[in-house]
Design a protein around this ligand. Sequence first.
Ligand SMILES: [Zn+2]
Ligand SMILES: [Zn+2]
Ligand SMILES: [Zn+2]
Length: 764
Amino acid sequence: MASLRVKVRVTGVIQGVGFRPFIYRIAVNNGLNGYVRNMGDAGVEILLEGEKEAIHNFLKDLNAKKPLLAQIHEVITTELIGENEYADFKIHKSSEEKTLSGSVIPPDVAICSECLKELRDKNNPRHDYFFITCTDCGPRYTIIDKLPYDRENTSMRDFPMCSFCQSEYTDPLNRRFHAQTVACPSCGPKAYLATQKGELIPHKDPIREAGRLIAEGFIVAIKGYGGFHVAAATTKDNPLIRLRKAKHRRQKPFAIIARSLDAIKSFAEVSPKEAELLTSYTRPIVLLQKSREYYLSELVAPGLHNVGVMLPYTGLHYMLFDSVDEPAFVMTSANPPNQPIVKDNEEALKTLGEVVDYFLLHNRRIAHRCDDTVMRLHGEKQVFIRRSRGYAPAPIILREKAERCVLALGGELNNTACILLGDKAFISQHIGDVENIETRSFLENAAKHLIHLTNSKIETIACDLHPKFTTTKLAKELAEINGWRLIQVQHHYAHVAALMAEHNIREIVDVCCDGYGYGVNGEAWGGEIIFSSRESSEFRRVAHLEEQTLIGGDLATRYPLRIAAGILHKKVAVEDWLLQKSQYFPHGEKEVQLVLQQLKKSQKIIKTTSCGRVLDAVAAVLGICHERTYEGEPAMKLESAALKGKDVLKLDPIIEGNALNTTEMLLQIFENREKYAMADLAFSAHAYLTKGLATIAIEKAVENGVKAVGFSGGVACNEIFARLMRKVVEAAGLKFLVHETVPPGDGGLSFGQAVFAGFSSFKP
Ligand SMILES: [Zn+2]
Ligand SMILES: [Zn+2]
Ligand SMILES: [Zn+2]
């Protein structure tokens, strides 16, 4: 029989997923000798000695039986010459060596059913152990400092294994064989309760005590895998009033964590697809429609039809609910205004002490912060509002290889970074709004960490066109220092490129609607129809929403009555109406008079084609929202209102040149505001805009011989918009494409910039 020696190099998401134990088992089962080891490039090296047929079967098993969380990208097999050296098969010590690129460690994974069973089993040594994990579950991305993924390269190195954990770690038949996060009550991280000043409160069951405190109405900061959450009861108003005041969050919805799927069903509608997402190992926050029986405090998600809910993803989360009857707790990321999520104990005591009554801490360092992922479903299609824990840094696989290796730094709000390497795009965790030194350094560190994890050799750096963005300045600095080529990408072109890459499509007419993006000549864009062709390397803005004035610039974004006034005054006298509304202006009548003066010279005022601003104006006219206290608030509340309405105005789109008129629509809403229900007018606005945008897009698609119409930008998270637009586009016999693997909003911008810069067919 023919005997062989081969070296197998595997790339993918294969460290931290129980891959070496799996290799060990299939090698032994096939009677092969040799070794397996982790490499410094996040890949795995295997040496096999044995019969040719056994090696053949091994390679078959490698793909067919791989662990649940493993992703194999490439298997490179090289035949070796020389005599057999090995008498058995072993897991060898990891190597620091980096030869291949494009592998990465997996995202954090929710507690698996086996571990949950053990957590609940009184006879198990890990009964009640809040950080119980195995090779199939637990933190990964948030604990790793460097590669290869070995315990000493993670924040678990501070917790040497006890003999019991060691015996499981070294037993090839145990499900914790080589699980780097293995720990138990005697050797692993410990949880403890502290006062708001950080003084230890001795308690034999600190986690359940924390749950009791929350249920009683106290506010507790809880340290988790990727950062701190602030927790509070959901059925009482008082803690939420206090929390909103302390966090300066008047209206922004809080995400909640529910004890079980049944508990969620008691206050929200859950479709089978939503249930599948909620219980998946990524455990995202899913935006669910409040049910008719919704009985949680209105202060959880004020003025919205939906509420963001997740299920427990660590043992600790499950234990919080053990001694209480509460269906759910508020579980919101703990971050001071405009700062990244808090991750260190000291930082937490310093920044959260005034907000919370207690701390539930643990003594494991968080290597990398990571916020929760937020999603919603449009019918059966998933939409990422924020792609982070459970997903980052797992790559998005493209159907072709990029010509150069790119690092993209995104835009300004809801930012992420992205590395494009070959046919893989690695998007970072959610970074937030990059407007200050803290978020800038978070972005810089996340980018560096991704470069290290993927062993990327960056050639090009991509960023936004906006000259004043922090990310643009950072990109310029990094380009200079590292000798990288710099490519600046127009905001909406990046959205379109993202959509095209996601669907592997060459030509599209895209409706790109959001709040703000710097136009090619510095204009304020946000309601654009863009034709893009990779055949002719072309991006062309072919139509847009009518330009409207922003009275007072940024003030108009915060107080949408100003935009409404700017639009309406072209057709009607708005003085009386504005004076009636003067309580919604911070400086009352005096401010209204100032706005009226500015209206008269509106040609000098900054103009925008933003769809977000038009929706803001509608929300203001209908009295739904007069002040934007968080990004997207007026438009989100308008959508919530519209869901209960129907199209009563039935307006035909007015298209003038290449612009969709929005003045007439707002005027109709204004003049009919006493006649029809608010919900019906809210829906009518959605109907007008979608019909108008889709009509133009279809026309431009036909004109250019394009078969697909896309929808991107933050407004694409709006369910009514997506649904109505799909109907019109598909009725015209065209394909309607939306984002499914990256966020349609600015969390997907870095990905779009990366592909734009990585393929010359995008870049003219
Ligand atoms: Zn597990
Ligand atoms: Zn132990
Ligand atoms: Zn955008």
